[in-house]
Design a protein around this ligand. Structure first.
Ligand SMILES: O=C(O)CCC(=O)C(=O)O
Ligand SMILES: [Fe+2]
Length: 355
């Protein structure tokens, strides 16, 4: 079966998250979040809109004000809500719809696309890589979309029938928005416009889509949908559920709710952009809460350079007042994932020790 293998109370009852969710079970100990080192205060929703601003992507070329807003959001919370991205409400709804239809399929049908134990692509719960790993109350369908020759089409659902073409179209549009954002981010820091875009390899960058499903959970006070982490990507673009919120970002030791605004896409900066911007832009720690009443879903798209390509801080962003903060690094994704599962901060492992 696809679900996590759970041995509860010393007997051999094995249940997946989906089964436990349907039966309303008390989550077993390996799902329970212990006292966490990150974040001690809960959010105050009234301040969320100033901390996580709405940015109109279509204005970034023409409006200095919008560009400054972008720079300031990325240098503080590392997160904003993007509008003016050119994707229609009905198209975004279609993306949500194919995701929901896939998740509603019988377990045996979804298992056809199941993630193999040593792989990262496919459907299922997260890979267990550490004994310390606290398990998440979620399933993910992870698929690499670009470069096209690295697609593993056997893992791309054929049901619903328009899943594949919808994912393809959504990825092309999201990649175009990412390019616009990377160029704007460079302009906002007064460096060459393609400084970031080029490091990702331009059109040959990797793009990965992840459909996240969070079944209902009887103990939202003790269990997370995704535990605190920073993304390994350069940029993450997230299509949220319109009905159920749950994403929180950590800003100054306080967890802030990211609101779900119709047609707005959440943009989270990832670790590789924090590295390339020499620490000017922040990759926010974030987490997902569970919900007692409702299933939640989201679709995240991540960009990354080819793992063999070395990335590092843009030279023009290094000087005496801001010395190099990170060493150059290849295959950062693996470092990030291992640290995440062990509850460590991945960026610390590539930080240059101050003189
Ligand atoms: O579901 C969400 O809102 C966020 C998911 C997330 O952080 C991730 O997939 O990296
Ligand atoms: Fe994330």
């Amino acid at each position: 079966m696809v679900g996590n293998v759970v041995v509860s109370g010393g007997n051999s009852a094995r249940k997946s998250v989906q089964e436990m969710s349907m039966d309303g079970d008390e989550p077993p100990p390996q799902f329970v979040v212990k006292q966490h080192p990150f974040g001690s205060k809960q959010c105050d929703s009234s301040s969320a809109s100033t901390i996580i601003p709405i940015i109109d992507v279509s204005l970034l070329l023409s409006s200095e004000h919008e560009l400054l807003k972008l720079r300031s959001a990325l240098a503080s919370s590392g997160c904003f809500l993007a509008v003016g991205h050119g994707m229609s409400s009905s198209f975004l709804e279609k993306v949500r719809e194919v995701a929901k239809q896939f998740y509603s399929l019988p377990v045996e049908e979804k298992e056809k696309y199941g993630r193999a134990p040593d792989e990262s692509e496919g459907y299922g719960p997260d890979k267990i890589v550490s004994e310390k790993q606290v398990q998440d109350w979620s399933y993910r369908l992870t698929l690499r979309v670009f470069p096209t020759h690295k697609r593993r089409l056997a893992l791309w659902p054929e049901n619903p029938a328009d899943f594949r073409e919808t994912l393809e179209e959504y990825s092309i549009k999201t990649r175009a928005m990412m390019e616009q954002l990377l160029r704007s981010m460079a302009r906002s820091l007064n460096v060459e416009e393609d400084s970031f875009w080029k490091q990702f390899g331009g059109e040959s960058a990797m793009l990965q889509a992840r459909f996240n499903f969070y079944p209902r959970c009887s103990r939202p006070d003790m269990v997370l949908g995704v535990k605190p982490h920073t993304d390994r990507s350069g940029i993450t673009v997230l299509l949220q559920d319109t009905q159920v919120e749950g994403l929180q970002v950590l800003v100054h030791d306080t967890w802030i709710n990211v609101p779900s605004i119709p047609d707005a896409l959440v943009v989270n900066l990832g670790d590789q952009m924090q590295i390339m911007s020499n620490g000017i832009f922040k990759s926010p720690m974030h987490r997902v809460l569970t919900n007692k009443e409702k299933l939640r879903m989201s679709v995240a798209v991540f960009n990354e350079p080819d793992p063999e390509v070395e990335i590092g801080p843009v030279e023009a962003l290094i000087d005496e007042t801001r010395p190099r903060m990170y060493r150059n690094v290849k295959n950062y994704g693996i470092i990030n994932y291992q640290c995440y599962q062990e509850g460590k901060v991945a960026l610390e492992t590539v930080r240059v020790a101050p003189n």
